[in-house]
Design a protein around this ligand. Structure first.
Ligand SMILES: Nc1ncnc2c1ncn2[C@@H]1O[C@H](COP(=O)(O)OP(=O)(O)OP(=O)(O)O)[C@@H](O)[C@H]1O
Length: 348
């Protein structure tokens, strides 16, 4: 029996005590808390897992809402969806979500550490195809993802790719931000396709279309027609004209997709561990923070240094503005159809 299946058969009550776990390292941080690499210490089945500690003080949601969302996520079983094993509350302030440990971490952290100018197209195709397969599954269940981005795409050491989520939503969830246009026009799932297109650009260039000066990277035209055409279709200004995830999977860009071994050889081999990469990110941020704090500011000396953790969330409006400027600068880029006003709601 696979170790993961053994773990799931363990008496759940044993796995919902913090004492059952040994916290090893921080491996990431999100908007709502820190993610740790952890060993489950139960005598029979010790194994590596990841635990996301959702800090309820930082979360806009109340505890019942967070628990309901995590519970919903745990019902989705698909090879390309990261399904949490368990969750439990700790001291009334944090919810620990226990999930499979994806040893290569997120695509965002891989890009930041080792691929600042993006991946080769065969690698992009492997990552995106598995992501899209997971997304297509969610959509077939009538669920929106709402947060497709490289930070939510996780890779394991065997090259398998899983889509993580903190907040899956019912397509007809009432009263939620951005939901009214979705309900009115009935194309809610297509906002995930838009985000998927932006994610594809980020994988190809190492950054989303929001760099400080908004200039497109110099290698923008080196991408194949199939890639540009695929992104183009995702970023269509009219959501009804964007393909569904299922249709997109049939796009020629994914036709000759290579296997996971190609990803292992060309991306994962030699990659620093996820904890080393996170440590490096923190050091870099602290250094940048220190420099900014001391630049021409005499009063900064002696002032208290507060380390700022990187959050991997992107400022949506900035991304859209970035795409807008890229499209203008390239005159007739493949994704010029996304020349739209920078109003998030108009895009959804
Ligand atoms: N299961 C996991 N295995 C390995 N690394 C993970 C795992 N889950 C998260 N990480 C790492 O931690 C980082 C932060 O994850 P997290 O889900 O908190 O980010 P986030 O997208 O900002 O979250 P949210 O917006 O839901 O708070 C990821 O980008 C990834 O590098």
């Amino acid at each position: 029996m696979a170790r993961e299946e053994e773990f799931l058969e363990e008496d759940p009550s044993d796995t919902t005590f913090p004492e059952s776990y040994k916290f090893l390292d921080e491996i990431g941080v999100g908007c709502t808390g820190v993610v740790y690499k952890v060993i489950l210490c139960l005598p029979r089945n010790s194994m590596l897992v990841a635990i996301k500690a959702i800090d309820l003080d930082q979360s806009p949601e109340d505890i019942e809402n967070v628990e309901r969302q995590v519970l919903t996520m745990s019902y989705f079983f698909h090879p390309n969806i990261l399904t949490p094993h368990y969750f439990f509350e700790n001291d009334g302030r944090r919810i620990f979500v226990v999930m499979p440990f994806m040893s290569a971490g997120s695509v965002r952290s891989i890009i930041s550490s080792s691929f600042p100018h993006g991946f080769s197209e065969p690698c992009i195709a492997i990552i995106l195809k598995q992501t899209l397969t997971g997304l297509s599954f969610l959509h077939s269940q009538g669920r929106l993802h709402r947060d497709i981005k490289p930070g939510k795409i996780l890779i394991d050491s065997n090259g398998s790719v899983k889509l993580a989520s903190s907040s899956l939503m019912f397509t007809n969830a009432p009263g939620t931000y951005g939901m009214s246009p979705l309900q009115k026009y009935g194309y809610g799932l297509k906002c995930d396709i838009w985000s998927f297109g932006i994610t594809a650009l980020e994988l190809a260039h190492g950054c989303p279309p929001l760099s400080d000066d908004h200039l497109p990277p110099s290698n923008l035209n080196k991408l194949s027609k199939a890639f540009n055409d695929m992104v183009d279709s995702c970023l269509h200004r009219d959501p009804t004209k964007r393909p569904s995830a299922k249709t997109l999977l049939k796009h020629s860009f994914f036709k000759k997709c290579k296997g996971s071994s190609f990803l292992i050889k060309n991306v994962l081999r030699g990659l620093p561990s996820v904890e080393e990469r996170f440590k490096e990110t923190k050091i870099n941020l602290l250094a940048r923070f220190t420099t900014n704090n001391n630049n021409g500011d005499d009063d900064a000396e002696g002032s208290e240094l507060v380390p700022v953790y990187p959050t991997e969330s992107t400022d949506v409006q900035k991304v859209w503005f970035g795409v807008f400027v890229w499209a203008l600068l390239l005159e007739c880029p493949p994704f010029c159809c996304c020349l739209i006003p920078c109003n998030p709601v108009s895009l959804i």
